[in-house]
Design a protein around this ligand. Structure first.
Ligand code: GLU
Length: 296
């Protein structure tokens, strides 16, 4: 038995798409990066469906995501977790935070806040009657939140100054992404988060929540986003189309190029499995250092 292997912590990464549509090249790029980063370290790779924002969910999108990941050989471990099945757990944590007076109801409308990106704490010290729906905000303070992203380097952030108290539950009752992601990553024992650099600015809030809740901090690695010829991020909003499932190997080859892994030309006609095996063996994040975007 190799004791040194037993000592090493098992890497647990994840892909956590919102079912707002089928995967496009940009979302598949992130999925592939997180898969390769975990698998290259003999880690597990889990799949979670972030399906709480019911207004944005698209019927059939979850199945389309499964089919696409399967077609591209991105097979996940364990059973899929659906955030919509975890509501009671989120509410328990909210109740705990309320008991400790760390969150408060907020009545401010979007219109009132339109002119600022930093919440001024208007509702923090008001006694608000809970007779109609309110949002719930967490109190922040001016501690410095620092972390080292494995690609983007060292980041420092003062939430009170740069953001203010932020929302954990929206006025329409939907529990906010910032909050659920922290609870679920912990519940799933995720210790490695690979996602798009567009979420880098959200990370300090999540680290703050981990600190308040006494949860461990995973490693973070924010990969570049894919932009189109005009510099716009590929997304549903910019009409990014679903990836074509007929020739997955050529798309994986293209994505490995966009991940700057320099796959050799002779792999151009290799199978999905051969390409992924090569990529797991040769995965090198240094090629992506400090990159914020790549053009498809
Ligand atoms: N569900 C989020 C999204 O699709 C990603 C969550 C995360 O990776 O932290 O944007």
């Amino acid at each position: 038995m190799n004791l040194s292997n037993l000592d090493k912590k098992t890497i647990i990464g994840r892909f956590a798409p919102s079912p707002t549509g089928p995967l496009h090249l940009g979302s598949l790029y992130t999925a592939l990066a997180s898969f390769l980063h975990a698998r290259s370290q003999q880690g597990k790779w889990l799949l979670r469906i972030d399906d709480l924002d019911t207004q944005r969910n698209v019927k059939g999108a979850t199945n389309a995501i499964f089919t696409t990941l399967d077609a591209f050989g991105l097979h996940w471990d364990d059973s899929v977790v659906y955030q919509s099945q975890c509501l009671a757990g989120y509410q328990d944590v909210l109740n705990e935070l309320a008991k400790n007076q760390l969150i408060y109801p907020c009545r401010c409308s979007r219109k009132m806040l339109a002119s600022t990106t930093i919440y001024n704490g208007l509702c923090r010290n008001q006694s608000i009657l809970l007779d109609s729906p309110t949002a719930l905000r967490i109190k922040t303070d001016s501690r410095l939140i620092t972390f080292e992203d494995d690609l983007q380097g060292v980041m420092g952030h003062n939430l009170a100054k740069q953001h203010g108290d932020f929302i954990l539950k929206r006025r329409d009752g939907i529990i906010a992404y910032q909050f659920t992601v922290v609870i679920d990553d912990d519940k799933q024992h995720i210790n490695q988060i690979v996602r798009g650099v567009d979420l880098l600015t959200e990370t300090p809030k999540q680290i703050y929540l981990q600190q308040v809740l006494g949860l461990p901090r995973p490693d973070y690695l924010h990969v570049p986003i894919i932009v189109d010829q005009h510099g716009y991020k590929l997304s549903k909003q910019t009409q990014a189309t679903a990836v074509n499932l007929t020739r997955p190997q050529s798309i994986i080859f293209e994505l490995l190029g966009l991940l700057k892994q320099n796959p050799p030309n002779e792999l151009q006609y290799a199978s999905v499995t051969e390409l992924l095996d090569w990529a797991i063996e040769h995965w090198n994040i240094d090629y992506l250092k400090n990159l914020k975007q790549v053009t498809a």
